[in-house]
Design a protein around this ligand. Structure first.
Ligand SMILES: Nc1nc2c(ncn2[C@@H]2O[C@H](COP(=O)(O)OP(=O)(O)O)[C@@H](O)[C@H]2O)c(=O)[nH]1
Ligand SMILES: [Mg+2]
Length: 254
């Protein structure tokens, strides 16, 4: 069931007042954080946007809380086995509902709604197709664990080898995509999205330009991060497989 909810946000993108922006919040078992995330969006969002929660078949009380808050949401009938499944739904939703920009935020309240303007601006100015909020540019706020930073460093280096671009925070979920990128992932990129490494590489071969901007992230104060002991082993393997898969598809994406 879809509930109507428009965030009461300040109109900032005056240069392009007709741009339709959707902010999609990814939720899986975030009963302790999702309301704080939605309240942050309601009070502090720095762009005018519609808001939709995509729930990845949570088993806790979070969906009830989202419904009680009056937020729009859609719910996967099954869990996709990871947060990447939400991104594919989000691209499809944004494409078929004719949004010009899709912003992505995690439902664990680590991203700041006040910083939405930072990730939207390069899209409004036309200087990039995809913007990633990076916590490792200004190096303020939550900086993640040492082992996670090592993983990010290794995969950033690998990606740079293929793309020639510099990455600092490839696992960041705080992102914004323009219509070109939305269309690419909703229509041209037929595969499931498994990892962000694959997403970045596909983007590159699809001719989309990406840029990182400095943001601040909060630490996770409840729930569990996707990067647990098992995923710390599984994700690098998945990253390599999806990277190779995307390299094989390279010509089709061009
Ligand atoms: N663990 C997990 N998180 C999911 C899933 N689907 C959506 N999510 C959401 O995706 C985001 C992942 O964030 P998190 O695990 O904290 O990643 P991190 O911030 O990069 O450590 C959160 O907002 C989750 O609620 C899923 O299947 N598993
Ligand atoms: Mg998180």
């Amino acid at each position: 069931m879809l509930y109507k909810w428009r965030s009461i946000c300040r109109e900032i993108n005056q240069s392009e007042p007709s741009m339709r922006i959707i902010l999609i919040v990814s939720n899986y078992n975030e009963e302790k954080a999702i309301i704080n995330t939605l309240n942050d969006i309601r009070s502090n969002a720095s762009v005018s946007c519609d808001v939709l929660v995509v729930d990845n078949c949570s088993t806790d009380e979070s969906v009830k809380l989202i419904r009680d808050a009056g937020a729009d949401y859609i719910r996967h009938p099954v869990n996709t086995g990871g947060s990447a499944g939400v991104i594919k739904t989000a691209f499809t939703y944004a494409y078929y509902h004719n949004y010009d920009i899709y912003c992505h935020m995690d439902g664990d309240n680590q991203h700041m709604a006040a910083e939405l303007q930072k990730i939207v601006n390069p899209l409004v100015l036309g200087t990039a197709d995809v913007v990633t909020g990076s916590r490792f540019i200004a190096r303020e706020g939550f900086q993640s664990s040492r082992s996670r930073r090592l993983g990010i460093y290794i995969f950033s280096w690998l990606l740079s080898l293929f793309t020639g671009r510099r990455y600092t925070d490839i696992t960041s979920g705080f992102r914004a995509y323009n219509r070109r990128a939305i269309e690419f992932f909703a229509k041209r990129f037929k595969q499931e999205i498994e990892t962000v490494t694959q997403l970045e590489l596909a983007m590159h071969y699809g001719g989309l330009t990406g840029v990182e901007v400095a943001v601040t992230m909060r630490p996770r104060t409840s729930g569990k991060s996707e990067i647990n002991m098992i995923n710390a082993i599984k994700f690098p393997v998945f990253n390599i497989i999806s990277l190779l898969g995307t390299l094989i598809q390279m010509r089709k994406l061009r």
